[in-house]
Design a protein around this ligand. Structure first.
Ligand code: AQP
Length: 339
């Protein structure tokens, strides 16, 4: 563990590998806004375009998705005067530190990463080297800011453990106390929002079925239709959370309701226990539209002025580099590179 006192600083990111989903919003973005507004941290938030390209991205789509994601951050409440908002490739120190970490991380560590195994599937020999090295770049994203806290959804837990391992090994190998050992922040009812079509699969931007997810750009009718068609079981809702244990689809819809309403799961169960899904689904649809429609409207408005989005990102990159350039320079010095 580190004895150095680091400035309490939050870093987290989202890939512009498609449109934002309700899973990204509840598991990550909404928490980013909370941590920004809590006021106890400096906050740095990032569109991680270098991560997105670990799987094939059409260049025009990547550019569009990066700007739309920036619009999604701002529309959800990330305020560029309170948080540093950046696009990863515009801050070159991320990729530079990632190379150093490629040389610190061990092959065996990477081979254990379940996200790589899931994404590579049976095709492991044919996926990009970048997909394999993804967690070392993620460690660099975080540690190039000396960030101390990282809010993420549950699926990123293993990558954050690897970030801790990289920091510990670097500090040990070079006999320094330079990189912080970060704290993952995985909190709330919606740390793992599941597919609306299959309660055992994570809701994901890249799921081939659009009906499996709520996109932050969906209109009110589409949101209501997707919730109406969400897979459920025939039983009415239980009155206590324990009754959801063997019912993944029901549990997912309740967790979504709880996170959107900012109510505990127990309080939701008290309100909706005994109701049939035919009664509960319209309640959930109404709540989702109430919370999400203002965000999608604002995203559309911001996307009408892309020059303004680019200006915000350019300014964010300048602010970011004031932090990252000295940390990278010190890292180079520690490992023995000539200035
Ligand atoms: N279903 C989810 N529930 C809760 N949190 C989620 N996150 C993603 N999906 C869910 C969180 O969102 C943040 C950004 O994720 P990402 O874009 O970096 O990549 P991902 O986790 O791989 O998300 P997707 O939507 O599944 O993207 P694709 O399809 O491109 O792989 C992270 O904090 C993540 O935990």
């Amino acid at each position: 563990m580190s004895d150095t006192q680091f400035t309490p600083r939050v870093f987290s990111g989202i890939q512009p590998s498609g449109g934002l989903t309700l899973g990204n919003y509840l598991g990550a973005l909404k928490r980013f806004v909370d941590m920004q507004n809590e006021g106890s941290f400096e906050t740095v938030y990032c569109m991680v375009d270098l991560h997105a390209m670990t799987v094939w991205q059409n260049p025009a789509d990547l550019r569009h998705n990066t700007r739309e994601l920036a619009a999604g951050f701002i529309a959800s409440g990330i305020d560029p005067s309170k948080s540093i908002l950046i696009n990863q490739s515009q801050v070159p120190e991320h990729a530079q530190l990632a190379w150093i970490f490629n040389c610190v991380a061990r092959m065996g560590w990477m081979q254990r990463m379940t996200q790589f195994k899931d994404k590579a599937g049976k095709n492991a020999q044919n996926v990009s080297l970048g997909l394999f090295a993804y967690p070392a770049l993620m460690a660099a994203d975080i540690l190039v800011y000396h960030a101390t806290h990282v809010p993420v959804g549950d699926d990123q837990k293993q990558h954050l453990e690897l970030t801790r391992d990289i920091a510990i090994k670097f500090n040990h190998d070079f006999e320094v106390d330079f990189f912080p050992v970060i704290e993952p922040v995985i909190e709330g009812a919606a740390t793992r929002v599941m597919s609306l079509r299959d309660g055992s699969k994570k809701m994901s931007k890249s799921d081939p079925s659009d009906a499996s997810r709520i996109n932050m750009t969906d209109d009110a009718d589409t949101i209501a239709k997707k919730i109406r068609k969400a897979k459920t079981d025939p039983e009415p809702l239980p009155s206590e959370a324990a009754g959801l244990e063997e019912r993944p689809e029901a549990r997912n819809l309740i967790n979504i309701y709880s996170a959107l309403a900012e109510m505990s799961v127990d309080a939701v169960m008290t309100d909706v226990g005994g109701k049939a899904f035919s009664e509960f689904k319209p309640m959930l649809a109404e709540l989702a539209v109430e919370k999400l429609a203002p965000i999608s409207t604002e995203m559309a408005r911001l996307m009408n002025d892309q020059a303004e989005i680019d200006r915000i990102l350019a300014h964010g990159a300048e602010q970011a580099r004031e932090i990252t350039a000295p940390i990278l320079a010190k890292t180079y010095e520690i490992v023995g590179m000539i200035k």
